[in-house]
Design a protein around this ligand. Sequence first.
Ligand code: NAD
Length: 450
Amino acid sequence: MKTIFNKQKAFFNSNQTKDYEFRIKQLNKLKDVIKNNEEAITQALFDDLGKSSVEAYTTEIGFVLNSIEATLKKLKKWMKPKKVKTPLFMFGSKSYIMQEPLGVICIIGPYNYPFQLVIEPLIGAIASGNTAIIKPSEFTVETEKIIKKIINENFDQNYLSVVTGGKEATSELLDLKFDHIFFTGSAFVGQIVYEKASKHLIPVTLELGGKSPTIVDQSANLVLAARRIVFGKLINAGQTCVAPDYIYVHRSVHDDLISYLKEEIKNFYPDYASFGRIVNERHFDRLNGLIDKDKVVFGNESDKKTKFISPTILDQVTWEDHVMKEEIFGPILPILVYDQLDEIIQIIKDKDKPLALYIFSNNKQTVKKVFNEISFGNGAINDTLMQVANPNLPFGGVGMSGMGVYHGQTSFLTFSNQKTYTNKTTKFDIKLAYPPYSKRQEKIIKKFLK
Ligand code: NAD
């Protein structure tokens, strides 16, 4: 790892990655190798997570192809130094912001969208003119293999390189003096990454998870709410960082919502053919341990051999239940009931700031209150997940759900240093700020700076 790192550092210092044409060429190449390997990537995602080809394309392959396309179109504009206004007291100067690449980037990925969550930040790293070492999740073995193959066989390792391994390997990787670490995963490992990065004061982006609430009030369109919640909760068998973790429903619409949720699950997955599987036995056992059989009102079928857990609704859940003690990250949907909005706002505020929050309501005041009072990374009104799909929206968490943002132009900015400078005329020189100082000078300065 150290050898690859040193070679990447030397390659970065040769300045080749800074060139606009170079970046465009590499992005096009990345697009081509993904397209040429689409079938193999789809197969790997199926083998690792039972991911259907439609989900594999929309949430992983097509997602990053679309992102490359958008980046190719906008990169020239993003790279251009931006002129900003200069105050009058600096008369004779012009001011600029130029984006410069940081250097060697480390990208560490999780298992749930194992392809997209390393390639999407990689697009930003390339666009910003960096080199990168990528460490995909070791849990999704087939996807790890294909990522390694397509990158290491098509790109110069001195420029982009995939390394593999678990905790130990990642820990070793984190001892290197990267210029930025981009980590996606759990808050627990995020803390380890942050601590390691602090040793060399390496900037980090931490894309973490947590329990994302979904509120359904008495004014909501319940049929649509149920459909959109089921979609967001059960895509990838619930293994989505921004999936609705639990529902807070107003008591008056509780029964109706549950019957619509059941109906929509049956509509979406009549035979579970396109329903994903749990990544491994450890998570399969963990998830089964979260199900309190006395609270099940739908589902609770499972098969350890195929790591299948059916969509399971738990009703009358409280914060004392196991399922509310950790991020679920699986197809289990707990329902909690509320009477007063203020009460649940306070409860949610007392917990860690969520990565996502969803509200289903047709009452503008309610929505305004929730958005104004609760802090969260990203969210949606009368929808779930789709905020992630818009490249014009920066994506990230807040507090324990993460720090930093990416997607679209924010990926480019994340992997760039905003170098700022002024350019001053040599035709004249205003001596106002120079010593020796006088009372008259002070008076003039006070007119400008107040
Ligand atoms: P994880 O934190 O267990 O693993 C992520 C990566 O860290 C893996 O590559 C792993 O090899 C490495 N790692 C594990 N232990 C390590 C250690 N001790 N030292 C150094 N590296 C270590 O996460 P996961 O289980 O793969 O993914 C699930 C979590 O990721 C959930 O919490 C989910 O919410 C979160 N997530 C967040 C986003 C987001 O964009 N915010 C996206 C997907 C997943």
